[in-house]
Design a protein. Structure first.
Length: 305
């Protein structure tokens, strides 16, 4: 089954070239089926890139998904055309009247700031509260994971001596969890961050379960409320060349830029990246949609609470 996307969304043409079956609203209206409603709050600077990355992974399911993009009223993106935002995104103030089967909240380039100093923190807090009772399961990614853990559970973030940048092996705590169905004993996750959350803070909290971590990059996945909240500190959604673009963007412009580890073939930036995370990324998103959204959400979406 395809994803149901807004007409003329740039990701449609990009993903069709990858033989990914997507369907615009015009065609979807001819089908008599209740799609799962997925909201995406995209806080990343390059909106179109992130849209494509997430849709690519969400397409790996036999279920029909209806994707809605959310934007903040308290923040205007600088790197995405206004026309794109007006055409494909809706304000939270409008969407909060609705309910959604699933939601994804992305990272944001504000991680070095204290949460309370982020210009849109008040609106983010309102969205977190709304998602708590109006969404069956919410996946928080990178900065959003840290922000969600801080707001809901009081988990602090800590600055790193140097940027956590590269591809790191992760180990699951319980391979019987549905989110890890089909996973190997070790999987790899891209990381790109200047802050971290600590193992001891997570395991000390009775409402949180640490479900995956790395000896090198630390806490990678935390679950709460039986899977209604999933916090992912890295970027399994990243395309093969994302870290490469970030590395070359910052090279020569910052003093702390180091080559992403475990990324280039033979650790040579002149070689192509060696993709080691894509299969598990597809599994993670498919398992989340199947076991924590589809299997848990009521058929009557108004019954979500």
């Amino acid at each position: 089954m395809p994803l149901r996307l807004p007409d003329r969304l740039p990701a449609i043409d990009l993903l069709k070239k990858e033989n990914i079956f997507v369907m615009d609203d015009s065609r979807a209206h001819t089908q008599d089926i209740r799609p799962l409603r997925i909201a995406i709050l995209n806080l990343m600077p390059l909106k179109i890139t992130t849209e494509t990355d997430l849709i690519r992974l969400l397409s790996n399911t036999p279920l029909q998904l209806e994707i809605s993009f959310m934007k903040l009223k308290s923040h205007t993106p600088k790197n995405t055309p206004v026309e794109h935002m007006m055409m494909f995104y809706r304000d939270f103030a409008e969407m909060k009247k609705e309910k959604f089967d699933g939601m994804i909240i992305t990272g944001a380039p504000v991680e070095t700031l204290p949460f309370e100093e982020v210009e849109y923190w008040d609106e983010i807090r309102e969205i977190f509260d709304w998602a708590h009772t109006n969404v069956t399961s919410t996946m928080y990614i990178c900065w959003a994971a840290q922000a969600g853990l801080y707001y809901h559970y009081g988990i602090p973030k800590y600055p790193l001596v140097k940027k956590m940048f590269g591809i790191f092996p992760q180990y699951v705590s319980d391979n019987m969890l549905p989110i890890f169905r089909g996973f190997d004993d070790v999987f790899f996750m891209p990381q790109s961050r200047h802050t971290e959350i600590h193992h001891d803070d997570i395991i000390a909290h009775p409402e949180l379960t640490l479900i995956a971590e790395s000896e090198e990059s630390g806490v990678s996945m935390v679950m709460a409320r039986g899977g209604r909240e999933l916090f992912v500190t890295g970027h399994l959604e990243y395309a093969p060349d994302t870290l490469d673009k970030e590395y070359r963007r910052d090279l020569g412009k910052r003093d702390d830029v180091e080559m992403p580890v475990n990324y280039y073939k033979n650790d040579d930036p002149q070689e192509k990246p060696l993709v080691t995370w894509r299969a598990h990324a597809n599994l993670l998103f498919a398992n989340w949609i199947n076991y924590y959204v589809y299997q848990e959400t009521p058929y009557n979406i108004d019954e979500i609470k």
